[in-house]
Design a protein around this ligand. Structure first.
Ligand code: SAH
Length: 241
């Protein structure tokens, strides 16, 4: 139930937070950590803060880009301290944990994304997510330390794991959702077609792409559906030319 869940840290700057994240994950039974372009890593402080969880660090996947980190994920859950200008489907940490556990139990790849200490996740990164989640805090000070945020979310995941394990719930069968790489391909195809057929002015894009990203996230597209849409786009450009 926990094997298909990964924690993705985007451009973390403090090695201590990377180590503390590994420890938080191991406490809660998670083992898959991806680091996107960490600023100072490997680093002695990461190893020391990981304490007994240095195996999580040793097995962490280090990649250069966000796209590489998410390409084989089927579900992305983005964490953020504040709500952004563009509203997105939201889950509470508990709802997100329950969803992740049932998806992982049925073999689907789930990624929880955490942002950089200062800036958090970019709008672009958040717009690739299926859901956003925010840890409720005192309104006057909502930003948790990165590793503390990982601890809260992984705690919820483990509680959900325990509850489902005790009840021995039957595994829910989810349709096989497309991977992020496939969705990225569809988005790029839509973008070029929209420009090519004169539906979108490349110099005045307005909000078309973020809206399409949100639409595709809500639709939870399967691979076959992506193929239909891409086949349709191909035919549209064929007729145009
Ligand atoms: N100034 C940034 C905060 C970055 S804190 C911002 O406003 O987004 C670093 C990371 O910790 C965030 O990107 C997020 O992944 C996580 N985090 C911190 N506080 C959180 C909260 N209240 N809810 C969910 N995630 C949080």
């Amino acid at each position: 139930m926990l094997n298909h869940i990964r924690i993705i840290l985007c451009q973390p700057t403090h090695p201590g937070n990377i180590g503390a994240t590994a420890r938080a994950m191991k406490n809660m039974g998670l083992s898959r950590l991806t680091l996107v372009a960490p600023e100072n890593y490997p680093h002695a402080e990461a190893t020391s803060r990981a304490s007994g969880a240095d195996d999580i660090l040793a097995n962490a996947k280090v990649v250069n880009t966000f796209e590489e980190a998410i390409s084989d994920c089927q579900w992305l859950l983005g964490t953020s301290a504040r709500s952004r200008e563009f509203p997105w489907p939201q889950l509470t940490p508990k709802e997100a944990a329950d969803k992740a556990i049932s998806l992982s139990a049925s073999g689907q790849e789930v990624g929880f994304i955490f942002g950089q200490e200062r800036a958090g996740l970019t709008n672009e990164q958040l717009q690739r997510c299926d859901f956003h989640l925010c840890i409720p805090t005192h309104p006057g000070y909502s930003s948790l330390n990165l590793a503390a945020a990982v601890q809260v979310i992984t705690y919820e995941i483990y509680q959900s794991f325990l509850a489902n394990n005790e009840m021995e719930l039957p595994v829910t069968q989810f349709a096989e959702k497309a991977t992020m790489e496939e969705v990225t391909g569809l988005l790029a195809h839509f973008e070029t077609t929209a420009i090519q057929v004169g539906f979108m002015d490349p110099h005045h894009r307005k909000k078309l792409m973020p809206r399409l990203k949100r639409l595709f996230s809500k639709a939870q597209l399967e691979q076959d559906e992506i193929n239909i849409l891409r086949g349709f786009l191909k035919q549209v450009t064929r007729i145009q030319s």
